[in-house]
Design a protein around this ligand. Sequence first.
Ligand code: ADP
Ligand SMILES: O=P(O)(O)O[C@H]1O[C@H](CO)[C@@H](O[C@H]2O[C@H](CO)[C@@H](O)[C@H](O)[C@H]2O)[C@H](O)[C@H]1O
Length: 462
Amino acid sequence: MSITPVDDDAMVRLLTEWLPGQRWFAGKGRRLSAVRIARRAVLLDHVDVLVEHLLVDVEVDGRPQRYQVPLATARTLPDDRRTLPLTPDGASPVVYDGLRDPRGTESLVSHLSAQDEVGGLRFRLVPGAPAPEPARGRLLEGEQSNSSLVFGDDLMVKVFRLVQPGLNPDVELHAALADRRCPAVASLRGWVELDDDGGDPDADDEAGPTTLAMAQEFLAGAADGWAMATASVRDLFAEADLLADEVGTDFADESRRLGAAVAQVHDDLAAATGATTRDGAEIVTGMRARLDGAVAEVPELAGFADAARAVFDEVAGSGPVPVHRVHGDLHLGQTLRAPDRWIIIDFEGEPAAPLAERRVPDSPARDVAGILRSLDYAAQHTLVGVDDRQLRFRAREWRDRNVDAFCAGYAEVSDSDPRDSGALLRAYTLDKALYEVVYESRNRPSWVGVPLGAVERILATD
Ligand SMILES: Nc1ncnc2c1ncn2[C@@H]1O[C@H](COP(=O)(O)OP(=O)(O)O)[C@@H](O)[C@H]1O
Ligand SMILES: O=P(O)(O)O[C@H]1O[C@H](CO)[C@@H](O[C@H]2O[C@H](CO)[C@@H](O)[C@H](O)[C@H]2O)[C@H](O)[C@H]1O
């Protein structure tokens, strides 16, 4: 006898309780209302488990968001203590995250292999990509905005959580970079899509299908760039008498190689998606608005506002700025060191922003600034609350050495050295540091000194 699905009203009650606690839920700490099931389809109807695909609309502080929520319903939970049900203790049947059901994940990969269409979901392989072998998926447990499943040792499927009509930039830019045979990304294997109006029945379908998931090469032996950089800083601090270049885990060669990888991605993105220009005044519109928002939210910024405006004014008056599609949210946590090369991951942009906004061409200086800020973070964040002038000096030394190495590596591949882009790089770095001041004051108040120190330093170089 197959499993009877939980009815819509009961499911909405379960989702209302469960969604805010999910690490991928973008409205944490905010008021969640108007939970509604926009779409519900069966993906697997097995004697022991029913796996359904739901699109769930919510309002967070009055703003609509659509989430993708695969759910499983079964008589008992799978044998994995990390699977926490949506249903209360003792309830039967139990409802739980469909990405934690082994039969559900196995069916996902077999649909991909056969390029099936199930419940309106179209599973597609990139032409020439290997059809994946049958396997059960293992859910990655890290802090993520989406949910990623690993199959065997070389396939990963990222299930996007916040969805909207149109091609997700992660799939779009991985495909564009694959066309250029760019070595600095994992190869795209496939995707899952669905025709959906995004909640607006009058919307024209120009946006195209909604991307639900991306399948790509999983680099099992890869190390996280942030973890590597911070390990290098810790080792430096442990060797009181040594300079950065004398410590075994000196990171400068890696920074140089990472700079070359980012430049390669930029060159390939420019060639694949087209290079153009935008007026400096248009580029700084968003920066000025973010500055105003940041000053209104964080009182410590008030004294910097005029000097920051002057930095943005300089770019506004500088004429056309070369732009192309870029990563847009680059930091060391978006880089992986595979055994033979660096790769850049997660080209999705800010999941809560409209797709059209995420597709606007931007200066590569945005990504360079993202990494330079991250190198500063790697050097400084362990010193939060530590009053040691010697360590602070050594942290700055590590940062400057790695910033130089990154820029030199970038210049080896690109025909421009980021250190020559003066006012533009300064504006992007300031914009990112101001964004970080707001991010830290909301999420990790004890870290706010790291970006605040950067704002002060950037503005002190006049
Ligand atoms: N191709 C890959 N190979 C190996 N690990 C990967 C790959 N892509 C992502 N990861 C791992 O998965 C984590 C989450 O990936 P990411 O694309 O940043 O997801 P999200 O969009 O949910 O933030 C990364 O921090 C990294 O550890
Ligand atoms: O998770 P996202 O990729 O969307 O990025 C957000 O969270 C990041 C923190 O995980 C935050 O990055 C800031 O902290 C990092 C160290 O934890 C540091 O490497 C980055 O340079 C710094 O910006 C990011 O700003 C935020 O958007």
